[in-house]
Design a protein around this ligand. Structure first.
Ligand code: BG6
Length: 470
């Protein structure tokens, strides 16, 4: 590798509150949707009650980050730690906790990169408003964001609003959608999505007003979809998959309005969200400063027209081949050119270069990768080591792809692999690990929660030390 990464390149690592913190009800924290969902699986896998116990290990863990050489740490604040019921009293103890973490990071020369909302809506807002379905949820979010800007804005300059709105909105559990009628569920989903866009715009504007030198952006779930063949219909299906799942969201943030194909979908499905006067001006006024993207894999698709067996609005993915939830265009296919992780993610460093170049060409905004990594059931050997050469291979490939994109002219600010230490996988507990540091616990056995540096820790330390000259 010959490319030099920019001098101030933000080599980092990432996490999220409910996946790393534990202390789920300590010091006044309220329950979140993420807690609620993880408790449903408590009888068979780890939940968010203890997770990696960062709530009690934060000093030790930041020490490890320092040793790793991190320039930045991307983490999220739990809304329910700051405002336990979402829109009521402020919990000073929650503010104090994050203040300590932020101070410790800065004392160790690690730039805090903070996400406001990573899948963990305060559960009280579901009970009060059915969450994002109600416009008041957007105002509650604005207030929470302002509390964070006020409390931490003197020290935190980099902010992310929602983590993966574009993916979250498609996972019913995360949105607490229990409606079984597909049309009603789609209608609810469209309204929730719209309120999240409003919340995003409110937070972006508040950040710019309140945080001196503050920069703020969405963190989108990114991928690119390849057509199975060069049949125009397959190409169309692949493009549609990206447009409906990611691009509409970035376009909405950038232009402040739905792209035409998306509005057409909303109209034809008769689920156009309720919009109020003034919304359009608000959405258009909020200018994101950069784009954060989470990238793990690419997809492959073939065209499948809607018919009686596969009607528009059918939602079947993950395990089923048909992906029909938006418009009836797409069937998920296996890409035989790519290896896949044990959990089926198609590993594709070149796809990252495609995505980076594509996003930069479309928006000309600086980019940062806020998640990228390989989930595996790592093994702690008897001599206390974790030989995760597969993770090193994965990250090396993606670092090389980033270097090529930078050579292509992409303004890439940083890289935060998922995850800094092992944490609760959003669906597979501790059987699926991503960290540079092994956390000694199993799903149903907390053991000693000790921290063990994996082989990838030393490898990534060297990447950072040499500024990517691997
Ligand atoms: C991202 C999420 O979509 O994927 C993370 O932002 C999540 O929260 C990560 O952990 C990996 O997914 P999983 O299901 O393997 O934990």
């Amino acid at each position: 590798m010959i490319t030099k990464f920019p001098k101030n390149f933000l080599w980092g690592a990432a996490s999220s509150a409910f996946q790393i913190e534990g202390g789920w009800d300590e010091d006044g924290k309220g329950m979140t949707v993420a807690d609620f969902n993880s408790f449903k699986r408590s009888d068979r896998q780890a939940d968010s009650k203890v997770a990696s116990d960062f709530y009690h290990h934060w000093k030790e863990d930041i020490g490890l980050m320092k040793e790793l050489g991190l320039k930045t740490y991307r983490f999220s604040i739990s809304w329910a730690r700051i405002i336990p019921d979402g829109d009521g009293a402020i919990n000073q103890k929650g503010i104090d906790f994050y203040s300590r973490v932020i101070d410790e990071l800065i004392a160790n020369d690690i730039v805090p990169f903070v996400t406001l909302y990573h899948f963990d809506l305060p559960y009280a807002l579901v009970e009060k408003y059915n969450g994002w379905e109600d416009r008041r949820c957007a105002y509650a979010f604005e207030r929470y964001a302002k509390v964070c800007f006020e409390a931490f804005g003197d020290r935190v300059k980099w902010w992310l609003v929602h983590n993966e709105q574009n993916l979250m909105i498609r996972v019913d559990e995360r949105m607490n959608i229990t409606e079984s009628d597909p049309w009603k569920a789609d209608k609810m989903r469209a309204q929730m999505d719209y309120h999240m866009f409003l919340a995003h715009a409110l937070a972006v504007n508040a950040c710019h007003e309140m945080v001196e030198g503050g920069k703020i952006a969405p963190a989108v779930s990114s991928t690119c979809t390849y057509p199975l063949t060069n049949r125009p219909e397959d190409v169309w299906a692949a493009k549609m998959n990206d447009w409906f799942k990611t691009n509409y969201c970035l376009d909405m943030h950038y232009y402040g309005e739905y792209p035409g194909y998306y509005m057409r979908y909303l109209k034809e499905r008769n689920i156009v969200p309720v919009m109020e006067e003034g919304d359009r001006a608000l959405l258009k006024s909020a200018k994101m400063d950069f784009i954060a993207l989470n990238y793990y894999r690419t997809l492959c698709a073939s065209y499948l027209p809607a018919d009686e067996e596969h009607p528009v609005g059918m939602r079947a993915y993950r395990g089923n081949e048909v992906d029909f939830d938006q418009y009836g265009y797409c069937r998920d296919e296996k890409n035989t050119n790519l290896a896949a992780s044990e959990y089926g993610a198609q590993i594709d460093p070149m796809g990252l270069r495609i995505v980076l170049n594509d996003y930069y060409a479309r928006y000309h905004l600086p980019l940062i990768i806020t998640e990228n990594g390989l989930g595996t059931p790592d093994v702690l050997t008897e001599d206390g080591k974790v030989h995760d050469d597969y993770r090193i291979d994965y990250i090396r490939g993606h670092v090389e792809a980033m270097a090529l994109s930078i050579e292509d002219g992409v303004e890439l600010m940083g890289y935060c692999p998922w995850s800094v230490i092992d944490l609760l996988s959003s669906h597979q507990g501790f059987r699926k690990r991503y960290g540079f540091v092994y956390v000694n616990r199993e799903d149903m056995d907390l053991k000693d929660l000790g921290r063990v540096r994996k082989d990838s820790f030393y490898w990534y330390q060297n990447v950072i030390r040499t500024n990517g000259e691997i």
